[in-house]
Each structure stands twice: as C-alpha cells, then as structure tokens.
Design a binder for this molecule. Structure first.
Ligand SMILES: C[S@@+](CC[C@H](N)C(=O)[O-])C[C@H]1O[C@@H](n2cnc3c(N)ncnc32)[C@H](O)[C@@H]1O
Length: 490
C-alpha cells in the first residue's frame, strides 16, 4: 500500500467553543472536524471547573507519573506513596463527576506502582454500585528494560467502567497479528437502548417512554410495558419483588426515552435482540438495556449475519459475522506498534526535535485504545495527565482516518525538569512539548518550518507532513478571574 495524501493540512484560526471559566485562550490553530483544548494547569483545578460548567466526557485517560523514583525525568516522578495514592483517588473521584453514564476511564501504570494504583481503584469502586475494572497487559518495550530478574517489557492499563460502560468491539487492524486461524469469531455490537444526543427527552417522543421489566437475579428482560405519559411516571412500580422496572432515566435524573417504540421493542425481544448490560446488583433498575439496531437486524434477515446461539439464561441471541468482524481482543496485548520507544519517543522527536520528554505513550497504542472506547465519531475525550499530548494527537489521527469529529481536552502542568511547574516557561512540558507537538501534528511542519518526516502507519495512511484536521485551542489560567479556585501544584 502506498501512503495516501488525503489528510488535511490547513492551519487557520479555529472557532472557539464555549469558554471555560477561569481560563483564557492564548492561541488557536488548525481547522476541520474535532476541537482540541490544551489546558495548562493542575488537573484537579480543571476538573472542578469542568464539573461546574456541566461538561461530560465519554472517555477519560489517566496516565499519571508512575512514581518511578527517577529524578532525571522531564516531570516530577518521585512521591511519597501515600500521597501519590491520595492524589490519584481525589482525581478519580473528581473525574467520575464529569464521566458519562456509559463512559469509561483507563489508567496506565507499570509494575512498580501497580499495587498502589490497584489499591486506589479498589477503594474508588467499592462504594460505586456496579462499577468494575479490568487489567490489560500491554507490551510497550519488546526488548525489555533491565531490572532485577527478568527484563520488563510490559505495562498495564486498568480499564475502569461504570455499570453500563465497557469497551466496544472493533475491527482489529492487521498490525494486531490476528491471522485468519487466530481470528476470534466476530460478533455484532449491542447498542444502548437509551437515546442520547438530539431528541433524547421523554417529551420529544412520548411513545418511547415505557417501562422495561427485568429479572433482578439474572438480568433477563422479561417484559416490555405500555408507554405512559412522562407526567404519570412513578419510579418505584415493580410488579413483584423479583422484577425491577427500568425506565429511560438519564444520569442527571431527567426523563429520557428509548430509541424504539414499545411495539418494536417487543418484536426485538421475541427474537432475542433485547438484553441487559452488566447487572447493577442492588440497584437493578439502573441496569443498561441493550438492543440490536435495525441495520444489524436487516443484515440478519438478509443472511449476512448469523444467529448462532441463544444465551441459556437471558435468551439473548449470539450473532456472528465473518465479514467485517468487530472483536474484543484478550487482556494481553502484544502488538509491535505499541512500542513506546519507537512510536512514542522517536515519533515525538520527529514533531518536536530535541525534545526530551520522558515516556510518551505510543500514538498507535492510544489510537487502538480509542477504537475500543471512543468508537462513536463524536466521543468527548479527557486526558488528565496529557504530558506530550499523545491522546489528542491520536484522536486527530483517528478523526482524519474515519471522518470522526471527536473532541479532546488535554490537561498538563508546565513542568520543567527538577523545578516542577513553572507557569509560562517556554521549555516546560506544556509550552515546550505539548503545544509544539499539536502545532506540528496539525500543520505537518516543525517549528523550524521543516516538513515532519515519516508516514502515519498501522495501517499505512498519509504522510505526517500532510498535517491533520482539527481545531486546537491553547488555554492557560486567567489569573485576573476573581472567582477562580486556588491553585495547587506539585
Ligand atoms: C506519565 S506523563 C504522561 C505522558 C502522556 N500520556 C504522553 O503520552 O505524553 C505524566 C504527565 O502528567 C503531568 N502531571 C503531573 N501531575 C499533574 C497534575 N496534577 N495535573 C496535570 N498534569 C500533571 C506531568 O507533568 C507529566 O507531563
């Protein structure tokens, strides 16, 4: 395959989105789908403001300093373990307030701080009904780094989900090395029945406001009720103690609606095409209801997808497809493009030559993570410890590849090696790495006006010099804002 030259390359002034109180925009560049905010501050301050303004994100990426104890890193990486845990827990709690009901968080960590991170995650989810997490082992350094004993070649991603969140199956590119004999059977994707986006209110479509009854013990959908006027809605109206009544209620408590009318839902249920997500034990009426869209049902009816089985307990159909297979991989990811040294550090230096940032993630690892958690083309993504901005860059690449318009908010301190956060310092992580990286990714040229060398790979797409679509806005604290929160920095 030859590289295409279709990726956009049009730096210009971007339209500003809603301003974030307490922050001023100091620079904008780039154009096209997707708005990317880079914010220089302690993430806890920003989370507070985002919550106040009612912003909600579908995916929150958390890549904190791993507390390696190293003092030569571009940012502080030695903390008291108790303090490190307390800071992380505080940020997880603040993140939850801006996470959508079906969203997810992913936290990366290495083996040195894994137990500390897991202790925090366990504590975080204990009092949150239905929350669950999974541990991914990702090979990030195939040759391994020397340490006592075996050479260490992997890191972990702790994927943290609310009851109805979880990864979406996706088409794994050939770079995952899933040859045909290793290919897992592709199964179709179940969508949430709760409508989001425009026209999501109960009032906008009264025929789609009806109860769905589920068995409290198994999660089986046992019946679909009649539509009722939202004015007559009563929350607790379970027909008997073993049955929970699920209404289309949104995270903020407002009355939403299901995506299909009650009659259609009944027909789908009869065919095993309505089921539940992970059962929320103790709060079963909050369990997400899932269904197969008409597009999938049409393909089943045309024989393009096959119903191969029905779940013994819930009656939900297993629908398989060998064309266009979307899959979830196992929890062990051994993918050459996830190498952080080649596709993190080296790639970063193509955009920001001579930059000495410690441990940027591989852009292709982040793009793969987004394929599982930001599949919808209008996903809103928050990167809490953005560092060099790999998530924003990967999102711009994904948007340019699939025509998406995902937005990102990347927060990072402007740390200077051995000095900590120094606002305004041009060589700090924010002003000297993240902003120049996004500028180069957008324009395709470095600060010295040289074209960025190399192609976007996995799969091979355009030349990096072609630039990427997306408007970028650079924000710093507006210290003249009188009501702004007091600042805490490391
Ligand atoms: C492990 S690095 C993240 C690397 C990033 N994922 C990448 O690919 O470039 C952690 C980053 O978080 C920043 N940081 C540490 N504490 C922070 C805080 N409280 N708020 C915002 N950024 C913070 C550090 O300066 C550092 O740049």
């Amino acid at each position: 395959m030859t590289p295409s030259t279709t990726l956009a390359n049009r730096p210009s002034i971007a339209p500003l989105n809603t301003p974030l109180p307490g922050y001023q925009s100091i620079e904008t560049f780039g154009s096209g789908a997707g708005h990317h905010r880079a914010i220089c501050d302690d993430n806890l301050n920003v989370l507070t403001e985002l919550h106040k303004t009612g912003e909600v994100f579908d995916f929150i990426f958390i890549d904190p300093p791993y507390n390696t104890g190293r003092s030569r890193d571009a940012y502080q990486n030695r903390f008291d373990s108790q303090q490190w845990q307390a800071d992380l827990l505080e940020r997880l709690r603040a993140s939850q307030r801006v996470l959508s009901l079906s969203g997810a968080m992913a936290l990366t960590i290495d083996s040195r701080s894994l137990s500390d991170a897991l202790a925090v995650v366990e504590q975080f989810i204990t009092r949150r009904s239905g929350w669950w997490y999974q541990l991914i082992t990702m090979t990030t350094n195939p040759s391994g780094s020397a340490m006592k004993g075996f050479r260490r070649s992997h890191e972990f991603i702790i994927c943290i989900h609310p009851a109805s969140g979880g990864p979406q199956p996706t088409k794994l590119g050939d770079h995952w090395g899933h040859t045909s004999d290793k290919k897992v059977a592709g199964t179709v994707q179940w969508n949430r029945l709760l409508k989001s986006g425009i026209g999501h209110t109960a009032q906008s479509s009264p025929g789609c406001f009806y109860p769905i009854y589920i068995d409290r013990a198994t999660g089986t959908v046992v019946g679909i009720g009649e539509p009722v006027s939202p004015d007559h809605y009563k929350k607790f109206n379970d027909p008997d103690k073993n049955i929970a009544t699920c209404w289309p209620i949104r995270k903020d408590g407002t009355l939403g609606r299901w995506r299909v009318a009650a009659g259609t839902a009944r027909q789908l249920l009869e065919r095993g095409f309505v089921t539940t997500g992970r059962l929320v034990r103790g709060d079963e009426h909050k369990t997400a209801i899932k269904y197969l869209t008409s597009g999938i049902v049409d393909k089943i009816d045309r024989g393009e997808f096959q119903v191969t089985d029905y779940d013994e307990m819930t009656g939900a159909a297993t629908v398989e497809t060998d064309q266009d297979p979307s899959v979830l991989p196992t929890t062990v990811w051994t993918v050459p493009s996830h190498n952080y040294s080649v596709y993190g550090s080296w790639l970063l230096r193509k955009l920001v030559p001579q930059c000495a940032f410690s441990h940027p993630e591989s852009i292709y690892a982040m793009e793969d993570l987004l394929r599982f958690y930001a599949a919808n083309p209008d996903t809103r993504i928050l990167d809490l410890y953005a560092g060099s901005g790999t998530i924003a860059h990967a999102t711009m690449l994904l948007n340019s590849t699939d025509g998406g318009s995902r937005d990102t908010t990347s927060i990072t301190l402007n740390e200077v090696a051995k000095q900590g956060h120094v606002p305004g310092n041009k060589s700090g992580v924010f002003h000297g790495v993240l902003v120049p990286r996004l500028t180069a990714a957008s324009s395709g040229t470095t600060k010295a006006k040289k074209p960025v060398t190399g192609d976007y790979e996995f799969p091979l797409r355009g030349a990096m010099a072609d630039g990427l679509a997306g408007s970028v806005e650079v924000l710093v604290p507006d210290d003249s804002a009188s009501d702004h929160v007091s600042r805490r920095h490391h």
